[in-house]
Design a protein around this ligand. Structure first.
Ligand code: IPM
Ligand code: MG
Length: 369
């Protein structure tokens, strides 16, 4: 049987550092005989612009589509900020998501006990927090037409973007959320602005209909996006699974990320529809960006990338035991007090990216027997 191919795209900025780190973790699983991946690497974002003149070449896209799973670092940086909009590093990522049709973006916000105190919120508000945001990723205002900037006859300009959702787009992402809820606390909160937007009215109606037809065992509630932002800060543990559109999901997942103490901790999975053989396109990436301020310093937190690899083993390869083993190793490293600068609180000495990866590998080694 052919090996499963894992396609790594380090991207820009700290992407290189965290990719070196996750490679050490992958190497451990390979050496332990727990996985047998063919690992290949490619270019995306600014790195691809510099080498190939485009943020995502057709050849790289084809490799990503052929791979069994893609693990990406992060894209962007000041070097490419001056480029026209359509050529920027972020366009590479957006094209990849769109072409791979990975419409369901899973962004867990999980507070490790050892980090509860590094949240800017009170410990008692966030301790034990475990929520999953399911963000629609290939539609909405990110891709809606018409879009653009036009100059009007009086010389002033007009910028336009379009929020648009169809029944199948809403249904397929809501279905992912309901299915996930069945494996968790059984609750879905659907988030939109049905008080102002027709696309939100449709969203609410379609989610309601789907729940009644197929998921009567899951508890469904609805919330306006602004209220959801407020509730996430006020009482985040009321949530289990949140399902929302592309733009609100972008905002709310950053907000939820910060509840956990650091953006550097949060992995994500983006999944498409399964084909006839059960294989589904999948893209895994940390929620954080390329962090130009700490690029090249070797101090980036690799845990979001490492936890993204855990999500990959769970969602793409049904390797639940491996995923749990890795997540547990991360938990123990944190319990031991190992911290990168972004999650260090007073009293902790912060370690390098490399040392954090080594600590995770060290804990994996202890658990393998
Ligand atoms: C994210 C990012 C991206 C987005 C950017 C880099 C295009 O903020 O993954 O949340 O807006 O989707
Ligand atoms: Mg974002």
């Amino acid at each position: 049987m052919a090996k499963d191919t894992l396609f790594l795209l380090p991207g820009d900025g700290i992407g290189a550092d965290i990719t070196v780190a996750v490679r050490q973790v992958i190497a451990w699983f390979q050496a332990a005989g727990r996985t047998d991946f063919r690992v290949v690497e490619g270019l995306i974002g600014g790195a691809a612009i510099d080498a190939e003149g485009t943020p995502l070449s057709d050849a790289t896209l084809a490799e990503a589509m052929a791979a069994d799973a893609v693990l990406m670092g992060c894209v962007g940086g000041p070097k490419w900020d001056g480029l026209p909009f359509a050529q920027r590093p972020e366009r590479g990522l957006l094209r990849l998501r769109r072409e791979m049709k990975v419409f369901a973006n899973l962004r867990p916000a999980h507070v490790f006990d050892a980090l509860a105190e590094s949240s800017t919120l009170k410990t008692e508000v966030v301790k034990g927090l475990d929520i999953m945001i399911v963000r629609e990723l290939t539609g909405g205002v990110y891709f809606g037409e018409p879009r653009g900037i036009e100059t009007l006859t009086d010389g002033s300009r007009r910028g336009v973007n379009t929020q648009v959702y169809t029944t199948p787009e809403i249904e397929r992402v809501a279905r992912v959320a309901f299915e996930l809820a069945r494996t968790r606390a059984g609750k879905v909160c659907s988030v939109e602005k049905a008080n102002v937007m027709e696309s939100g009215v449709l969203w609410r109606e379609e989610v309601t209909r789907l729940q009644a037809a197929e998921f009567p065992d899951v508890t469904l509630s609805h919330m306006y996006a602004d209220n959801c932002a407020m509730q996430l800060v006020r009482a985040p543990r009321q949530f289990d699974v949140i399902v929302t559109d592309n733009l609100f999901g972008d905002l709310l997942s950053d907000l939820a990320a910060m509840l956990t103490g650091s953006l550097g901790m949060l992995p994500s999975a983006s999944l498409g529809a399964a084909d006839a053989t059960g294989r589904r396109p999948a893209l895994y990436e940390p929620v954080h960006g390329s962090a130009p301020d700490i690029t090249g310093k070797g101090i980036a937190n690799p845990l979001a990338m490492i936890l993204s690899f855990a999500m990959m083993m769970r969602h793409s390869f049904a390797m639940e035991a491996n995923a749990a083993l890795l997540e547990d190793a991360v938990r123990r490293v944190l319990d031991l007090g190992v911290r990168t600068a972004d999650i260090a609180s007073p009293g902790h000495i912060s370690v390098t990216t490399q040392a954090m990866a080594a600590a995770v590998v060290g804990e994996l080694g202890k658990s393998s027997v």
